[in-house]
Design a protein around this ligand. Structure first.
Ligand SMILES: [Zn+2]
Length: 87
């Protein structure tokens, strides 16, 4: 059977829910700072539900980036989130 409408799903690193890639933000950590995915290196995904929960997402970012600098991570994250996906 042809998988014509198959959409690969990815897991949100924060809530571990799966969703299609289009509904997730792909990011990576470089030297303890969050960055938009630049096509190389290890990346991970965050869903927009989590991205709108600042407390939750800041905890996740500190964990995955191994950084305690929450403000730095959150400020950068806000730059990465596309304007049309901000609440
Ligand atoms: Zn999530």
């Amino acid at each position: 059977m042809a998988k014509k409408f198959y959409n690969p799903t990815r897991m949100c690193v924060s809530c571990r829910q799966r969703d299609i890639q289009n509904n997730l933000l792909r990011v990576q950590c470089i030297d303890g700072q969050i960055e938009a995915y630049s096509s190389c290196g290890r990346s991970f995904y965050l869903c927009y539900a989590c991205l709108n929960e600042e407390k939750k997402v800041s905890k996740t970012l500190m964990r995955v980036c191994r950084s305690g600098d929450k403000d730095k991570l959150m400020n950068k994250l806000k730059e990465i989130i596309p304007d049309d996906r901000k609440s």
